[in-house]
Write a protein that binds this ligand. Structure first.
Ligand code: FAD
Length: 329
């Protein structure tokens, strides 16, 4: 894999050395007077995919994201690519990379080694996830951690041991599911499980993508009632195509597709450009509504492309002076 020139870029000044939990805090938000934006990527599938992906990632720098995150797949090869992409973003861009880390299939020693790699390279935030077992696999054979909360606890202790953030440990994000998680039909239990991740030491929550803001608003209120006080970042995906929509319906099982959205996509028919425009318009409307409801942040599932997400961000006023530099908390 070619990594090009190794240069250490200056960090975005408002984030340099800042614990992401602090950068996302309510005080930081008040100083910024705006929610954060952040962007998600997955590692390239082929060798030839590295250069265009890296250009796409770098292309987001002017939006001053709070962080960019990199997904972690089930297969061993993909996992190494996650580490490689994260380290490359760290070394060669001013962006703050956040690796996703799933505990399924990993031992404590595996996770310890990965955390050591990140700590040694000043990667100081982790999105801690359970991941999904391969179809047909049995849970108890799938590693040393049963739930994401166990991983959060472990990362907390290891981060302090490794001296990350001066001994405070890694900043830790966890996943939230405004429309429910397929394995836990009882939504009261599900909120308990989310609370357990926060109590174990999570600093913020990033949600599964959703298209129905009412579900998000209601779930956020329920989180508040459950005394979940950490920042909640809303997951947004501009629908790229009908095929993309169908893949999402599989991957993000349980996500609702409001009738009004489906009607707009149907009106676009087989015109791919019109479908994409409809997806962007829907995401723009979602984001405007989220900003009006004082959301903490918006996390974009970019599908490794910049155009649609950048159009949405610009239309809601990002990058904006208020969201940018020199936030003191
Ligand atoms: P957990 O919090 O462990 O929850 C999993 C299920 O177990 C839930 O139904 C929960 O209610 C239940 N549960 C939790 N604790 C208990 C308990 N004590 N007793 C009984 N039940 C319990 N997957 C990847 O493979 N790679 C990625 O990079 C990735 N990135 C993601 C990013 C985001 C923002 C999101 C929202 C999801 C991502 N996923 C990723 C998918 C995620 O790994 C799956 O959705 C997984 O099924 C749930 O992960 P979790 O971390 O929420 O697990």
């Amino acid at each position: 894999m070619r990594h090009g020139r190794m240069v250490r870029a200056a960090r975005l000044p408002y984030l340099d050395k800042m614990h992401l939990g602090d950068a996302l805090s309510s005080q930081a938000k008040a100083a910024r007077q705006a929610p954060t934006v952040s962007f998600e990527f997955f590692p390239p599938k082929t060798e030839a995919g590295w250069a265009p992906l890296f250009r796409t990632v770098s292309d987001f720098t002017d939006l001053a994201p709070a962080f960019v995150s990199v997904t972690y797949g089930a297969g061993g090869t993909t996992r190494d690519k996650t580490h490689a992409l994260v380290l490359r973003i760290r070394r060669e861009t001013p962006l703050q990379p956040v690796p996703h880390l799933t505990c399924i299939g990993h031992t404590r020693d595996d996770i310890r080694r990965i955390l050591e790699l990140y700590a040694a390279n000043e990667v100081e935030t982790i999105l801690a996830l359970r991941g999904d077992p391969p179809t047909g696999a049995r849970f108890h054979s799938l590693g040393d951690f049963q739930h994401a909360a166990d991983l959060v606890r472990f990362i907390r202790v290891e981060g302090a041991r490794l001296g990350v953030h001066g001994g405070r440990g890694f900043a830790i994000g966890v996943a939230g599911f405004p429309e429910g998680h397929p394995e836990t039909p009882n939504t009261l239990h599900q909120l308990d499980h989310l609370k357990a991740k926060v109590d174990a030491g999570a600093d913020y929550i990033v949600t599964q993508l959703f298209f129905d803001n009412h579900a998000f608003h209601d779930w956020r209120e329920r989180c508040a009632l459950a005394h979940i006080r950490v920042p909640i970042i809303a997951g947004i995906m501009p629908i790229p195509s009908i095929t993309g929509l169908q893949r999402m319906a599989d991957l993000a099982a349980g996500t609702r597709f409001p009738a009004a959205l489906l009607a707009q996509l149907a009106a676009a028919g087989t015109d791919a450009r019109a479908v994409e425009d409809a997806g962007i318009r829907w995401a723009e409307a979602q984001c405007r509504d989220l900003v009006a409801h004082d959301v903490d942040g918006m996390h974009f599932y970019t599908l490794n492309k910049s155009d649609a997400t950048k159009r949405v961000c610009r239309s809601i006023g990002f990058p904006c002076a208020r969201s940018s530099l020199n936030v003191k908390v």
